[in-house]
Design a binder for this molecule. Structure first.
Ligand SMILES: *Cc1c(COP(=O)(O)O)cnc(C)c1O
Length: 346
């Protein structure tokens, strides 16, 4: 590229691999796959898949066929599962791509059989009531002639200690008992921590691969993968009483050295960080002041007299902390990351 963006996403490949290996170990005897949908939760699916494949991760989950296509040259195609199923319009290209659909409805199953699709996966809805076959929809004849590799179900509240987890487990076991499959899979990142009865043959973490702390038991072990660095575009000394940013959400108490940084909500640094986020320069923490703009961010740099135009600062983006600062879920902090930043894998 001719111009280097004034914003960088630093992606720690070692931390990604370490998180995968820890989640795989926590999965006990079950194989550990990976959810790489939404472009690898915003990091870049291709780079994520290369790194996870190199340490033995085989089963991958995406949401769309286009996402499967985007990684199809990197892994054996049958290792890619497409969670959102199999649309009539997808038929021809889906079959020729060779990734396997997760069939979610009787119609999808009928369509797959009619297309002579062969091996596939099936999603059972054990209580999230979102996507998959409900208990009232299953019967032996539905599955006749289907060659099912993975039978999946998805937990609604694995990040909480609630009765719904056990209820979903019981429902999945009851529904699965009459279906002939190769592998069963229920646990997402948080589900892995619920114990071995949730592991079955295959786990499928997403969030925690990328640094998300899905449950408190993961704190201190799951490593931060994504960090952000923004360029300082301007520095000014403002007198006490100056109003800062859109709608003057911040007023300077005293004389304040304000730095303007090249990151904004269009980059995924969302408006929830207004007056609450922070950045670090040479170990000094500088608070975000005022409202986050589309392309710009203001911080109080009074504590860092050596900061100058053209310096890079680290934007605090440890996911549990950033979620508290912004009031946004860790999932959205990752998947919202914009495309303008330069992605640098270290
Ligand atoms: C996104 C997704 C996952 C991964 O969930 P995390 O909470 O990110 O670990 C697993 N299974 C299904 C069906 C999903 O949609």
């Amino acid at each position: 590229m001719t111009f280097r963006p004034p914003l960088r996403l630093r992606l720690d490949g070692e931390a990604l691999v370490s998180n995968y290996q820890w989640l795989a170990a926590q999965s006990g005897n079950a194989e550990c796959g990976a959810a790489v949908k939404a472009d690898g939760y915003g990091l870049g699916a291709r780079e994520v898949v290369k790194r996870l494949s190199s340490v033995g991760c085989r089963q991958l989950f995406v949401a769309h066929w286009g996402e499967a296509e985007a990684i199809a040259d990197l892994v054996p195609r049958a290792q890619i599962a497409v969670l959102n199923g199999f649309d009539a319009d997808d038929s021809a290209s889906a079959l020729s791509l060779g990734a396997l659909p997760v069939l979610n409805t009787p119609q999808q199953i009928a369509r797959w059989k009619a297309a002579g699709g062969g091996r596939c996966h099936v999603m059972l809805d054990s209580g999230i009531n979102r996507l998959g076959l409900g208990p009232e929809q299953i019967g032996q004849e539905l599955f006749n002639g289907l060659e099912i590799d993975i039978l999946l179900s998805h937990l609604a509240s694995a990040d909480e200690d609630v009765a719904q987890n056990g209820e979903q487990l019981a429902q999945f076991l009851a529904m699965a008992s009459c279906i002939d499959v190769t592998r069963r899979s229920m646990a997402n990142s948080a589900g892995i921590m619920l114990g071995s009865e949730y592991h079955f043959d295959l786990t499928r973490p997403g969030l925690s691969l990328y640094g998300g702390v899905a449950r408190p038991e993961m704190a201190g072990t799951i490593r931060q993968v994504v960090s952000l660095q923004a360029l300082v575009l301007q520095l000014r000394m403002l007198p006490a009483g100056s109003k800062v940013g859109y709608n003057a959400l911040y007023t300077c108490d005293g004389p304040t050295r304000v730095a303007t940084l090249s990151i904004g909500y269009a980059d995924g640094y969302r408006r929830g960080f207004s007056n609450s986020g922070s950045v670090v320069f040479e170990g000094l923490r500088l608070p975000v002041i005022g409202r986050v703009s589309m392309d710009l961010l203001l911080v109080d740099a009074s504590a860092a007299p050596s900061l100058s135009e053209g310096n890079w600062v680290n934007v605090d983006y440890d996911l549990p902390t950033a979620a508290k600062q912004s009031g946004l879920p860790q999932y959205e902090l990752l998947t919202g990351l914009g495309q303008r930043a330069e992605r640098i894998w270290i």
